[in-house]
Design a binder for this molecule. Structure first.
Ligand code: IPM
Ligand code: MN
Length: 369
């Protein structure tokens, strides 16, 4: 298999974690005899510093030409003073729009070995396996009109939450199709008791559900969903929701996994799939080699699973992560007990790489007998 992967390290801890994800992908390519071509480009604050734009043309062209894009993180306090459309985040939003992926998949899994790490009680997080399907292009993020009006020394600001039936239908289908591969349940999250967009969301999702009789659908208001996610996360299979609700709820759900650093995401449905850890640039710990690269490494696994349809390779990464965590290796964000070996970002990448070789050996031994 040959894959052209554009790497966008971005800001803060982005370069550290993507470096480890690339290392893991390279090891996997060596083990399985694949050829992965990596091409690195600037995006976000990093690109503003280099070129003045958060999404330089060369970066976008390379991404459009690739089989998949793996991004680190975006955002830097250095550019907080800039207007919204010139900030590093504008580069990410415009990259997402140009690549066209509208369904952002965010799995949240409670690893048994990390159950103690979550601030939630272990019996609450045990067995949690949720897939968030977050609509990624519409809603408040891109609705027009938007702006700030300054008048008579006082200002007001406004954004528009807008969804069309077609936008809701296409992301709903991804949620139902994902549920068919999983435990057959979709929970659609909205605020249909207050918002017209949510009323349209609810009726459209219910109509699409009729095409998937094997899948059970229920609806929750977003405020109630926020509570249920934290009190009874194992009741969920697929959670389907609009852009901003999904942004907020997926960060909340990260506490189930033990740390935001554990979460991966993949955006599908467009011209080129985009993979990125859910965590941000974390400028406070950037450059200190203590970030958790597992979110980025799991994003690489998602790339293999969704874009390359390489399920064996992707599950090798999952197995290598499990082996490494079971052996007690932890980055600082997921370290708790006295039996933990606290290691840095690069060391974690190294451990996963070594565990991959072990996983491959085990598979070989299994097939040889
Ligand atoms: C995320 C991030 C982004 C978002 C930011 C960086 C624009 O928080 O991917 O969840 O809001 O979508
Ligand atoms: Mn977010």
């Amino acid at each position: 298999m040959q894959l052209r992967i554009v790497i966008l390290p971005g800001d803060g801890v982005g370069p550290e974690v993507t470096e480890q994800a690339v290392r893991v992908l390279q090891e996997l390519a060596d083990i399985h005899g694949h050829v992965f071509h990596f091409e690195e480009h600037a995006v976000g604050g990093d690109a503003i510093r280099e070129t003045g734009s958060p999404l330089p043309r060369a970066t976008l062209e390379a991404c459009l030409d690739a089989d998949a894009v793996l991004l680190g993180a975006i955002g830097s306090p250095e550019f907080d003073h800039l207007p919204i459309n010139q900030r590093p985040e504008a580069g990410l939003l415009s990259l997402r729009r140009s690549l066209g992926g509208f369904a952002n998949l965010r799995p949240v899994i409670s690893h048994a070995v990390l159950a103690e790490v979550s601030p939630l009680r272990p019996h609450i997080v045990a067995g949690t396996d949720i897939l968030f399907v977050r609509e990624l292009l519409g809603g408040l993020y891109s609705g027009e009109p938007r702006g700030i009006i300054a008048q008579n020394g006082s200002s007001s600001a406004y954004n528009t939450m807008r969804y069309s039936v077609a936008e809701i239908e296409r992301v709903a289908r991804i949620a139902f199709e994902s549920a068919m591969q999983r435990r057959g349940k979709v929970t659609s999250v909205d605020k249909a008791n207050v918002l017209e967009t949510s009323q349209l969301w609810r009726t459209t999702v219910s109509r699409v559900a009729a095409e998937y009789p094997e899948v059970a659908l229920d609806h929750l208001y977003v405020d109630a969903a926020a509570m249920h996610i934290i009190t009874n996360p194992s009741r969920f299979d697929v959670i389907l929701t609009e852009n901003l609700f999904g942004d907020i709820l997926s960060d909340e759900a990260a506490v189930i996994a033990g740390s935001l650093g554990m979460l991966a995401s993949g955006t599908v449905g467009g011209l080129v799939d985009l993979f990125e850890p859910v965590h941000g640039s974390a400028p406070d710990i950037a450059g200190k080699d203590c970030a958790n690269p597992l979110g980025a490494i799991c994003s690489a696994a998602m790339l293999l699973r969704h874009t390359a349809r390489a399920e064996n390779e992707a599950s090798d990464i999952d197995a290598a992560i499990n082996l490494t965590l079971e052996a007690g290796y932890r980055t600082a964000d997921i370290a708790r007990g006295p039996g933990d070996y606290v290691i840095g970002c690069a060391d974690m990448g190294q451990r996963i790489t070594e565990a991959l070789a072990e996983v491959a050996d085990m598979r070989y031994a299994y097939h040889a007998v």
